[in-house]
Write a protein that binds this ligand. Structure first.
Ligand code: C5P
Ligand code: ZN
Length: 506
């Protein structure tokens, strides 16, 4: 923990310098701030944290949400900034494109200042072990580029974009500590709570402490099943909890639940999921599963509990019973706004709207959940996952659009769905509606990340080998890019080769 505190101190020194740089330029520009942020839950919470902090400081701002900082977007931003002379903040992206931003925005005769608050592996750096390159980049891009890898903090699981924005907000004013729950929601959106029982590590655990100590978050125990699948399927297809005679058989599981007095439909006739259960029902399921597995499998109850129970992060300032009371559900709600071209609703909710935006978003979430369920069933029923020796991949065809291809890839690999090979990375490919390209979303389970798989590096290398000029990248377990349609076969072939090399290096 001391080590983490030391790293945070170094990061905070740089954040203070970034703050000075920000105020110095804001004064000369005499203009407002333009925040550009990513459309997932981490990006939306990042934007909301910055927005709140600037609002409180009396600094005018606007927020634009983008699906990614692609070259074409950077061109557009460069044109706009020439006209409006805003100070720009890039949050939850920017590191993977820092060279492009430098080239297009730091133009000789027209200095367009910006800062980057991002946690992705920077452009031209293959992995976190490249200490010298990182040190060099840190020196060259100080004070406008903030990235956790400069302080030996792992951006894929120790801090999110929202976490960086939170500490920046705290540099502006310590009272912004009340924004700490948003940093936790952002980190959950990026699946950073991957420790035992879904705990946080590194700087994220310090943020959690701040949120707990300031009375805003409470950590409670919950069941480790998917909260969006119908409950019987969620338990039957769990990859963590195996119940002989019930696993992989949702009908038998349904009967099992009925014997406990738990029914699958609510009063409106909708199918129930884990998040629809009350504490009493969860308690019944816990006891029944412990009893069933200790009897059938002779496993010690303590061992079952380790897998069965996970941390849930309750937001104490949200009304009990509201979907926003649970940080995981909050994050899903934001994600569904971002993925359905309703980012502004997500930003409004993260900034505090509990009326119009919140009402609309709940409807959107229902549709979003439906389309996710439809996509997952379509993949499974039609066996859409194809395999090469070291990777697996699928095409969204006309069922899974680009907007949710990443969510589906994540659920297949990280969630307790259990029907894909977790030992191979997965690449979801969705044809972009307005361009002749596939959007690619790669995901790898930590089993293989710990064995050397790094998808950010793999995507960048495979793009290079395939002569594809896109700004791809991300994190070792999750990365993305776009690939021209005619190059998809060669790209997948190359990525298969690169993953093979990564696994053989160790
Ligand atoms: O787009 P997707 O959800 O698949 O992205 C996975 C991760 O990779 C995200 O954290 C995203 O920000 C990052 N990414 C990136 N550069 C891209 C595409 C994705 O850094 N061009
Ligand atoms: Zn992020």
């Amino acid at each position: 923990m001391n080590d983490t505190i030391e790293k945070l101190k170094k990061l905070s020194i740089d954040l203070n310098n970034a703050k000075d740089y920000f105020f110095k330029h804001l004064k000369t520009l005499q203009s407002s701030v333009h925040i550009y942020t990513h459309l997932d839950a981490d990006g939306l919470t990042s934007g909301a944290i910055l927005g709140k902090a600037l609002y409180r400081a009396g600094i005018p701002f606007q927020i634009t949400v983008l699906r990614q900082l692609e070259k074409e977007e950077i061109e557009k931003i460069a044109k706009k900034v020439k006209e409006f002379r805003n100070f720009i903040i890039f949050s939850d992206f920017g590191s993977g494109q820092y060279k492009e931003l430098q080239k297009k925005l730091f133009i000789n005769d027209h200095f367009a200042p910006f800062i980057i608050l991002d946690h992705h592996i920077p452009q031209n750096i293959s992995n976190k072990e490249k200490k010298e390159l990182l040190e060099d980049l840190h020196k060259k891009t100080n004070p406008w580029h903030i990235n956790p890898y400069f302080y030996d903090i792992d951006g894929s699981n120790e801090i999110s974009g929202a976490g960086l924005c939170y500490y920046f907000a705290k540099c502006l004013n310590k009272s912004n500590i009340d924004l700490s729950p948003l940093a936790i929601i952002g980190a959950i959106g990026d699946i950073q709570n991957k420790g035992p029982n879904k705990s946080f590590k590194g700087i994220n655990s310090l943020i959690l402490e701040e949120a707990k100590n300031s009375g805003q978050i409470e950590v409670i125990d919950d069941l480790n099943f998917s909260s969006i699948k119908p409950l019987n399927e969620a338990i039957a297809y769990s990859s963590e909890i195996k119940l002989p005679g019930l696993s992989k058989d949702p009908n038998k599981m349904l009967k099992f639940l009925q014997t406990l007095g738990i029914f699958m439909e609510n009063s409106e006739g909708n199918i129930r999921t884990l998040s629809d259960l009350n504490q009493d029902e969860k308690q019944k399921i816990t006891l029944a599963i412990i009893e069933y597995s200790s009897f059938k499998l002779d496993i010690e109850p303590r061992k079952i509990v380790e897998k069965l129970i996970v941390n849930r992060y309750s937001l104490k300032n949200e009304s009990f019973g509201s979907i926003l009371h649970d940080a995981n559900d909050f994050s899903n709600l934001l994600n569904s706004c971002g993925r359905t071209e309703n980012s502004s609703l997500g930003i409004a909710i993260a900034m505090g709207d509990r009326k119009v935006a919140f009402q609309k978003a709940q409807e959107i979430l229902k549709d979003h959940k439906r389309s996710i369920m439809k996509s997952l069933s379509w993949i499974q029923e039609n066996q859409k996952i194809q395999k090469k020796e070291y990777i697996q991949f699928f095409f969204g065809e006309d069922v899974i659009p680009e907007s949710i291809i990443g969510t589906i890839s994540s659920m297949l690999i990280f969630d307790a769905i259990g029907q894909v090979d977790k030992l191979k990375p997965i690449f979801g490919c969705a044809k972009r509606v307005d361009e002749e390209v596939y959007k690619i979303s790669g995901r790898a389970h930590e089993f293989i990340v710990n064995k050397g798989v790094n998808l950010s590096e793999a995507i960048r290398k495979a793009s290079e080998l395939s002569n594809i000029d896109s700004l791809g990248g991300g994190h070792p377990p999750a990365a993305g890019t776009k690939v021209p349609i005619e190059k998809i076969d060669i790209f997948l072939e190359n990525i298969n080769k690169v993953i093979k090399e990564q696994l053989q290096k160790i």
